[in-house]
Write a protein that binds this ligand. Structure first.
Ligand code: BEZ
Length: 190
């Protein structure tokens, strides 16, 4: 089931069309920034880890056969590295529409590579949203991703693009890399 978060997100942190805000990207936003931005900086947020635990009904899967995409799970003492974009409120609006399937915007503290900090937004899909899939054995998650397709393309492409982008940035992410290795291993078998 889809949770249409468009209205909820627009009511959460109001950002005027001409105001700017940092948006922290930890998933497709790392490798696919197909929107205008004022600045782009590497950043991390504390207390969160990336996991392929969110179901995708509208991008990398369908309501009948959801794909698996990333969300963040609370993990005290750890950090999640990604990419931050300073964008206008005008740019944020269409992102709320595009990422409407269960992701709610939260306000968080971003730390940039030079150690400076600022407040910013991050899209989070918690276990309360109906599309949430949660944990499963890595082999099962990899097999799931390997077979899922949606309007935005193959789920495996999302995983491999993210793994490639993280490797290029020198970001270690054992969960994503283990899944990417398994999906690539499937190619050798098939
Ligand atoms: C991200 O890359 O941070 C992201 C993209 C879409 C939905 C949620 C998060």
């Amino acid at each position: 089931m889809q949770l249409d978060t468009r209205t909820l997100n627009q009511q959460r942190q109001r950002v005027g069309d001409d105001e700017s805000v940092w948006l922290f990207g930890y998933g497709s936003l790392i490798w696919k920034a197909d929107f205008p931005y004022l600045e782009r900086r590497r950043a991390f947020i504390r207390g969160w880890e990336r996991r392929f635990w969110q179901g995708s009904h509208d991008h990398r899967g369908t309501p009948e056969a959801p794909g698996r995409v990333v969300t963040l799970i609370a993990s005290p003492g750890t950090v999640c590295h990604g990419m931050a974009y300073r964008i206008t409120g005008e740019t944020l609006k269409p992102l709320d529409i595009r990422e409407k399937n269960g992701y709610l915007r939260e306000l968080t503290t971003l730390t940039f590579d030079d150690g400076s900090q600022d407040e910013g937004l991050v899209y989070l899909a918690t276990e309360e949203n109906p599309a949430y899939l949660g944990d499963a054995p890595l082999d099962a998650i990899a097999a799931h991703i390997d077979r899922a397709h949606g309007p935005s393309g193959a789920n495996r492409e999302y995983l491999l693009n993210l793994a490639g982008a993280l490797r290029k940035l020198g970001i270690d992410d054992p969960h994503t890399f283990a899944l990417a290795d398994r999906v690539k291993g499937q190619d050798a078998i098939n």
